[in-house]
Design a protein around this ligand. Sequence first.
Ligand code: ATP
Ligand code: MG
Length: 809
Amino acid sequence: EVASSSPLLRNLNPEQLAAVTLPNTHALILAGAGSGKTRVLTTRIAWLLQTGQVSPGGILAVTFTNKAAKEMMVRLSSMLPVNVRGMWIGTFHGLCNRFLRAHYKLANLPSTFQILDTQDQLSAIKRLCKQFNIDDERFPPKQLMWFIAGCKEDGQRAKDVVVRDEETRKKAEIYALYEEQCQREGVVDFGELMLRSYELLRDNAPVREHYQRRFRHILIDEFQDTNKLQYAWIKMLAGQGDAAAAGTHAMPGGSVVAVGDDDQSIYAFRGARVGNMADFVREFDVQQQIKLERNYRSFGNILDSANELISHNSKRLGKNLRTEAGPGEPVRVFEATSDFAEAQWFVDEVRQLVRDGTERKEIALLYRSNAQSRVMETALFNNAIPYRVYGGLRFFERAEIKHALAYLRLMDNPHDDTSFMRIVNFPPRGIGMRSIEQLQDVARAAGCSLHDAVSAVSGKAGTNLGAFVAKLDVLREQTPGLSLREIIELVLQHSGLEEHYKLDKEGQDRLENLGELVNAAESFVSLEGFGRDAVALPIDELGVALRQSPASQGLDPSAPLGNELLPELLAPNQETGETLSPLAAFLTHAALESGDNQAQAGQDAVQLMTVHSSKGLEFDCVFISGLEDGIFPHENSLSDAGGIEEERRLMYVAITRARKRLYLTHSQTRMLHGQTRYNLKSRFFDELPEAALKWITPKNRGFAQAYGGNSGTWGASNSGAGGARGDWAAAAFASRKPVGETFANPVVPPQRNAPAHGLKTGMEVFHAKFGEGRVMMLEGSGDDARAQINFTRHGVKWLALSVAKLTVV
Ligand code: ATP
Ligand code: MG
């Protein structure tokens, strides 16, 4: 048969083959980490195309990150000479953006609508609160932001919010004001992209039916982390939405193939619903459920550790994972005296790995929270080891870039008040808070944008504001006919930004970043005439424009035009034929890119990231650091079982990123948020198979024997704290926060030779900070003794008895 002899299918196992070649039907592929879910999805798309079952335009594929989407497109173009541009492959946000661009009028948006990233959204809410005198102690803007995002994820408009009490009533009122403000300014936040496109599908039958007919195959990766609205959106596109259920004449839609792993569901805190899997099976009457049980990623010891750990979770759909790769190396466990010592050891180990031939980009350091990366970064930096932080301060989120983008957005849309506010007095031009408040009052009374309100402000304030707006207007008039690059250069020069950073002693870095913005724009637009001889990745996380030759991507240079990896922002609207101006397209790209958690791998650098952002990725060597109770599992999760189970899934994700070698590290002391904390090693160690582990430092040893002695290798440089800090701050990282007190506070070892504690399980005890509690469990002896105590008010905690002062009551 043609199908089974296709080279695409050659290396698949029978279950994978079945999944790839499923007939046109709904299916759920439920399988553990590294079993080839993503690979199956990509291969299925290629197979459907190759066998002529669908044209590129009939495919809709949803990935979790922009990076994953790009990877999928690269893979596809390496399998087939296909125009990936015609396919709808992207994140939910990316796809909704594309959809709304195509139908902006129906969605009641201006053609140039811009996207607010999370930062912009917060400042828009702050501005609103100020304007309406909302008490920010009772209603902290961040909380309001989460409230609004939560409503949108549930598909609720302000008017739909069920008002149970005064507080919700007030919040709903603010939500309504925020909706109005965004509409007036022509901006949408991330949640709005999703909700608005859902509503358009729901309310507009011709549009809905068009897309239902069009998308014959809908494929979704990481399905376990979809939220309620995303699932509803898929249902709508697949003709299973509310309208269909209500018996209106919806067209039957295409097939939905979802792949996921309930054990890797790690976004519950952002509204993800594992329950979507069960709902999908029921509501779509899914007959095809495929399990993939062979893991192709990791060696046996790594996989055994993951399997054993996750078996401690209770609510699981149940599946197995095995490998034929053999046990491989044991999982290495290392205990450090301090976070500095942990970092130093990590650096030494990386050096050794690199000497032994491991590529740096194949080494990943994972941590539970972003704050943990700083010490590690310092160590890498001081040892001149190239590294890249994923999900840190992203290029498009840097202040200077945001300022420049704000000017650019005002070129496109003078009524964008968020951008207006950002730069009305930046660089400083003597427009004070009072003038701005005056302007806001006028704008509110007249119901117009800040830009339009300026002419009605009198006095000195009016003159200054008038001059500012005149400057913007003059710039705007000059832009027609200019290339995107020229527009940006014009704006950088005449806005005063360049001048401002030139005069700033520490502005060199920022100037360079502004230069990168020009490069980014350049490579962004050059896409159009670019496709034939190169694959252009629009921009990478650090703003370094990447142009990779087809050869390095394994692509066929003679393949038809359209290997670009850019979602077709520059392509004409399929219904109206309109095109977005290059500037508008670029601004959209910048906003979407800033919402992504992941960077592209550029130079050969060690990869640092949170466990959350490591989802779907794989590396030869993985270090999971900070494995301490209260860090990982996170302290916020310790008091409820659901929380611990989510942390365990996170740990499962972390472990299963490793192909060949896995390190688990923890430290006895750690500086966090300005305090030295004494942490016990993570409870997850007790849930790993002893036979798969190798303790590099003896298990449960005392402080004195630990790596590097009491104050670690850092002791020496600590004494010269001032100098070390100075060098650090003066280095290329001036735009990042200097490490500050991390150097200034040497680690204090806890009191040694603690007396025998004399506690027994069941005893009632008192702790100065946590109050009364009951001893649940005791472990270890001498210095290592610890107790698990259930505090009446603070929940369950593990305490080191050599440190904690407890009295028996
Ligand atoms: P995760 O749950 O972490 O997202 P996944 O199930 O999506 O994992 P993939 O990333 O698709 O797994 O595959 C894991 C690794 O195994 C990849 O390197 C992939 O190329 C490889 N792989 C998958 N299937 C096969 C196969 N049949 N033969 C050889 N290698 C395979
Ligand atoms: Mg995957």
